[in-house]
Design a protein around this ligand. Structure first.
Ligand code: ADP
Length: 597
């Protein structure tokens, strides 16, 4: 108390207004409304010309509530001041309890220019006269001592420096403003916790979706909603180096090709550090490489994001991918609680990705095993059937022979022994050509090879009433390879075409060549092969499921042997067929085949 000052009783209207305010502060959830009431109370009942409250948003104080003349309100409402500047000023100020007073002459020139200064001449005869450059304000703190805002007053009652009693009254309003901001902050923190908690939960629930694509798509949507983001991207790196990466995005879709390829190396170098990396659109440097930073900033521009958080995603020592959350300019930086929630989300996603991948591998293995099992069953059925039929005949005729010395039986025995012999020969050929390169390198003339194949099936063709025609682009088409093996392939294609033709059909054998390749196309207009059967056509022991084709004897080994031989010569064999319409098998062999080492 200054000498000569009197203890005054608080005027009744001020106390009444205060008690109303206390009730409002404790009951209202409309912070803006309460702050308005406080600044108006300061002007109306305490007699200040101007009262203003600024709220801290990030590291900036934003003028939120102003009472006073209209032109002043218009000028300073919404004004943004870096909190650091005000903190500096607090250090220059005289401490009046919770108020801070900076007398004129002590304020920096820069602040004078930035602040609102009333336009009047101070009373030179009064030592307590208020000066236009005097500043009186109070920091508004939370219960835990965090700065939440600032309340400033100007043009005090009587235009004099406020008395102790007046300051005490002002302090009571300041306390209410602090409480109002503190309550608002607690409410915001609580709703933020709820929002983040439910986002983490939604992402965890997305993990129960079938398939990685659905998991990532749902997670992107949940994060987009929960963080009020402009864009969310998630990328999962390939399972092993051979696989492809999986990408998702919301609201724009993820890009199939990694837009920031260098990011993987950056994140891998930091992993298992899972902290989010914040990047601003105007950052010049970052913990990320210059290439990643530039590429990320391009992506940010494309979606209108000012800040992004890049969060690595992984489990234990494995980095599985990353998550990028893009925010617009008004949304501000991500707070600590949000960054923690993102780390938790990335951890959840990492676990979901790992589980989904394990499940996918398991499902693939199960279906491969099923396929293998089916194949094994088919193989046993084919071999036993093929062995059984000629054996039954051989045994039956041998018995007959013993009894009757029948000429017909000798013939049947030798025919069926021949059939068994073919099967065994096929099996031997098949095992011989497995996993090896053709070792014989001789000149093979394909026109001649085709003619021999056609001669070989002449009897079969005649019996089946099938015409076989040969067309050739030139007299001779020469390749290098194993003549016996290549004959085996052409014989098989031509005999199949005849075997699976209908009476009256025509088989065309066409030889063409260019500098690099020689091609033999064997076309028939016979039974054809369904698309489902074409998938397995070149697997050993596979026979078409079509009953008409199955009724024709065969082992399902010819095409498997053919493909192996052709590939060992650096060539390829393809089929173009439709069920009921016929098939064309094309054999392509390189003209100059490098010798085997
Ligand atoms: P095989 O003819 O001894 O059964 P292949 O391996 O040569 O064995 O052929 C496998 C299967 O492919 C055959 O069982 C048949 O069902 C089908 N196939 C092959 N060539 C033709 C063709 N030209 N027309 C229709 N089906 C064919």
């Amino acid at each position: 108390m200054r000498p000569g000052e009197q203890v005054e009783a608080a005027p009744a209207p001020a106390l009444q207004r205060l008690s109303e305010l206390v009730r409002r502060v404790n009951s209202s959830t409309d912070t803006a409304d309460v702050l308005e009431e406080i600044v108006h109370g300061v002007c109306d009942v305490l007699g200040y010309g101007v009262a203003a409250i600024a709220r801290l948003e990030g590291d900036t104080l934003v003028m939120t509530a102003v009472a006073g003349p209209d032109d002043v309100r218009r000028q300073i409402l919404g004004r943004r001041t870096p909190a650091a500047e005000i903190m500096d000023e607090y250090r220059q100020a005289d401490r009046w309890g919770i108020l801070r007073f900076v007398p004129h002459g002590r304020m920096s020139e820069a602040r004078i220019t930035a602040a609102w200064i009333p336009d009047f001449e101070p009373d030179a005869d009064d030592p307590q006269a208020w000066h236009p450059e005097d500043t009186l304000y109070a920091p508004l703190y939370s219960a835990t001592g965090r700065l939440l805002g600032n309340m400033a007053v100007d043009l005090p009652p009587g235009n004099r420096v406020p008395s102790l009693h007046e300051r005490e009254l002002l302090e009571m309003f300041v306390v209410q403003a602090g409480l109002a901001l503190s309550n608002a902050q607690q409410r915001e923190e609580l709703s933020e916790q709820l929002r983040l908690g439910s986002t983490v939960k939604e992402v965890a629930q997305a993990g129960s979706q079938p398939g990685l694509d659905a998991i990532l798509a749902d997670a992107c949507e949940a994060i987009h909603r929960g963080f009020d983001a402009v864009q969310v991207w998630i990328r999962c790196y390939p399972d092993d180096d051979a696989g492809s990466s999986v990408a998702a995005g919301h609201p724009r879709p993820g890009l199939a090709q990694s837009p920031v390829a260098a990011l993987r190396a950056d994140l891998a170098a930091r992993w298992p550090t899972a902290d989010p990396i914040a990047v601003h659109i105007s950052d010049r440097t970052s913990v990320l490489s210059a290439e990643s930073l530039a590429r990320l900033q391009q992506m940010m521009t494309s979606v209108g994001a000012f800040h992004v958080a890049v969060v690595p995603m992984g489990v234990a020592l494995d980095l599985l991918g990353y998550l990028v959350v893009g925010l617009n300019g008004t949304r501000g930086h991500l707070g600590t609680a949000e960054l923690d929630a993102l780390t938790e989300i990335a951890r959840e996603l990492g676990r979901s990705v790992q589980t989904a991948r394990l499940l996918e591998t398991e499902q693939r293995l199960v279906s491969e095993l099923r396929e293998l099992d089916r194949y094994k069953g088919e193989l046993i059925a084919t071999i036993s059937h093929e062995l059984k039929t000629p054996l039954t005949t051989i045994i039956g005729h041998a018995e007959l022979l013993g009894e009757l010395h029948e000429h017909r039986s000798v013939e049947a025995i030798s025919r069926n022994a021949e059939r068994l012999n073919r099967l065994v020969q096929n099996l031997l050929d098949y095992s011989r050509v497995q996993d090896r390169l053709a070792s014989v390198r001789e000149r093979v003339e394909l026109v001649e090879t085709c003619r021999s194949a056609v001669d070989l099936v002449a009897l079969l063709a005649e019996t089946g009433e099938v015409e076989v025609v040969t067309e050739t682009c030139c007299e001779e088409v020469v390749v290098t390879g194993d003549p016996e093996e290549l004959s085996l392939v052409v014989d098989n294609l031509v005999s199949n075409a005849v075997k699976y033709s209908r009476p009256g059909g025509t088989v065309r054998v066409e030889i063409t060549c260019d500098d690099a390749w020689a091609r033999i196309a064997v076309a028939d207009a016979g039974l054809g092969i369904s698309e489902a059967d074409q998938v397995h056509l070149f697997s050993a022991f596979h026979r078409s499921s079509n009953p008409e084709a199955l009724s024709i004897p065969g082992t399902g080994l010819g095409l498997a042997i053919s493909r192996r031989i052709v590939e060992s010569h650096g060539g390829r064999i393809d089929v173009d067929s439709s069920l009921g319409r016929g098939s064309t098998f094309t054999l392509a062999l390189p003209r100059r085949f490098a010798p085997a080492h």
